[in-house]
Write a protein that binds this ligand. Structure first.
Ligand code: ATP
Ligand code: MG
Length: 493
């Protein structure tokens, strides 16, 4: 039995061919991983399958329905979790669940959902006040309500911490029944490796379809094989680092958090946090969803006022001299925060000028980041229309266009493809070698290995600090993922 039958499907946006004469079947009762480069057509494919987009050509049959003419009937049988799930931000967690259950006309056991998502203690918190990863889990919970026959998940694990990512996987596997079909788009190749089928798409075409174990036996080999299929990654020297136009600072400590604290009512998002980062260090701020990482970033760049304590950037106090301190910073927020209605180039022009790059240099710098971050073919697209991975590239480009001595990167690689992840780290590592200080957070534990030092954060507090090797030793683990899980579990005890 097939849940999806697609024949010669084509979908164009203007002159861009997003899906190119694609044929694809998806078997009922299987979990299929959808993999592809940023902009490869994954989201377009999912949206076309459920009838949100009209194809230009081809045949499409989903659960026996034609999504073009029978969209409403089809919708009763599917659960779709888009990349940016539409939570009601001014309703609480439990109110969101109730509302979605009502909309779908299903009764549900919310306790199980809340337990699975570890959101039970936060059920009365407004969805708008959840951390990025917590929102993602709530979105998935809402999608699973009513046990749909066909689940389409567009990168559900973006921004989800390693422990919760396992929980999400478990949640989907345990909450569905054996006849449920799942189409799961992901940039985590270990995830895709564990599914029944992998579909790799590139430039709107299927370039691999089959059992992931037929391609490789271990998740790591699978990742390498997929990278090869996608054309390999750029191994050249980072042009960003090469042309980075700055003077290495003469202070030894470039970033200091000094008893930083942030309280919302009785709740401590960040509690009494102190750490120091040296010039040229890559400092990883790791921790589960809701640990207080983004809150720390925001306080340290002067966007949120600490309840107490302060931070210094290059010795300049962020509380008393926010503008002067910020001039030394490049900040990439977790949530896309550029101008959606401006084009890629307009955004970059804007940031270049706002950061005081001279008109003479502006053109050169903007062209450089457009080139290096692969934004050329999108330079005239509106930022809000970009696929997630491209939005991340634009945000990264905007954060470092003025070549600051300190970079704050809040989940730069969440939502980017596996090739770009390696590119980003190539820039980060090369910049640190030039003396640029980088504070970064990530939920990819293989990336944590690139950090010089890591602070592991939980419930607003630092629970461990050290080099990756030291943390692994402390946790009695061979890899960072196990170290992360062990250290968190230990601190819970
Ligand atoms: N305005 C607010 N009101 C109440 N609680 C808030 C508010 N803003 C943030 N919080 C809470 O502070 C905690 C820390 O959130 P933060 O965004 O810093 O986490 P994070 O470590 O960045 O998580 P993630 O990995 O999911 O991005 C969370 O429990 C969040 O719900
Ligand atoms: Mg965050």
């Amino acid at each position: 039995m097939q849940t999806v039958i697609i024949k010669n499907l084509t979908k164009k946006f203007g002159s861009t061919v997003a899906i190119d004469n694609m044929s694809l079947n998806i078997e009922k009762g299987k979990i299929t991983g959808l993999i592809g480069a940023d902009g490869a057509g994954k989201t377009t494919l999912l949206r076309t399958i459920i009838g949100l987009l009209l194809p230009n050509d081809g045949e499409i049959n989903i659960l026996g329905f034609n999504p073009i003419t029978q969209k409403d009937e089809l919708n009763l049988h599917i659960g779709y979790m888009p990349q940016k799930f539409g939570l009601y931000e001014d309703l609480t967690v439990i109110e969101n669940l109730r509302l979605y259950a009502d909309l779908k006309g299903v009764a549900h056991d919310f306790d199980k959902m809340l337990e699975f998502t570890t959101l039970a203690p936060f059920q009365d918190r407004l969805a708008g006040a959840l951390s990025g990863g917590m929102k993602q889990k709530l979105g998935l919970a809402c999608t699973l309500l009513g046990n749909p026959e066909f689940l389409l998940l567009d990168e559900p694990s973006v921004g989800v911490d390693p422990i919760s990512r396992r929980d999400l996987m478990k949640m989907v596997r345990e909450m569905i029944n054996p006849e449920t079909t799942v189409l799961w788009s992901t940039a985590y190749l270990d995830e895709a490796h564990s599914f029944d089928t992998a579909v790799v798409i590139d430039k709107g075409k299927v370039i691999y379809e089959g059992n992931p174990h037929d391609l490789a036996s271990t998740p790591q080999e699978f990742e390498n094989k997929v990278i090869d299929l996608m054309g390999g990654y750029n191994k050249e020297e980072s042009l960003i680092a090469k042309n980075y136009d700055y003077k290495a600072p003469d202070v030894e400590l470039t970033v200091e958090a000094d008893n930083l604290e942030k309280r919302y009512g009785n709740f401590y998002a960040v509690k009494n946090n102190t750490f120091k980062i040296k010039k040229g260090e890559i400092f990883g701020l790791l921790g589960p969803n809701g640990a207080g990482k983004s809150t720390s970033f925001k306080m340290m760049c002067g966007l949120a006022r600490p309840t107490s304590g302060t931070a210094r950037i290059m010795g300049i106090d962020i509380k008393s001299q926010p503008e002067k301190a910020r001039a030394n910073l490049g900040y990439m927020a977790q949530k896309f925060s550029l101008y959606g209605s401006l084009t890629v180039r307009e955004n970059l022009d804007f940031f270049a000028l706002a950061y005081g790059i001279s008109l003479l240099k502006k053109e050169e710098k903007v062209n450089e980041v457009i080139e290096v971050f692969g934004l050329k073919e999108y330079e005239n697209s509106k930022a809000e229309d970009l696929p997630l991975g491209l939005k991340q590239r634009l945000s990264m480009a905007a954060a470092l266009i003025h070549n600051p001595p300190v970079l704050f990167l809040d989940e730069p690689t969440s939502g980017v493809d596996v090739l770009t992840r390696r590119d980003f780290w190539n820039h980060i590592i090369s910049l640190s070698k030039k003396g640029v200080t980088i504070m970064v957070t990530t939920h990819f534990m293989d990336e944590a290995e690139y950090c010089d030092r890591i602070s592991l954060f939980y419930h607003g507090e630092t629970i461990a600090v050290g080099t990756p090797t030291e943390l692994k030793q402390q946790a009695g683990a061979n890899d960072m993922e196990t170290a992360f899980i062990n250290l968190i579990k230990e601190s819970e005890r």
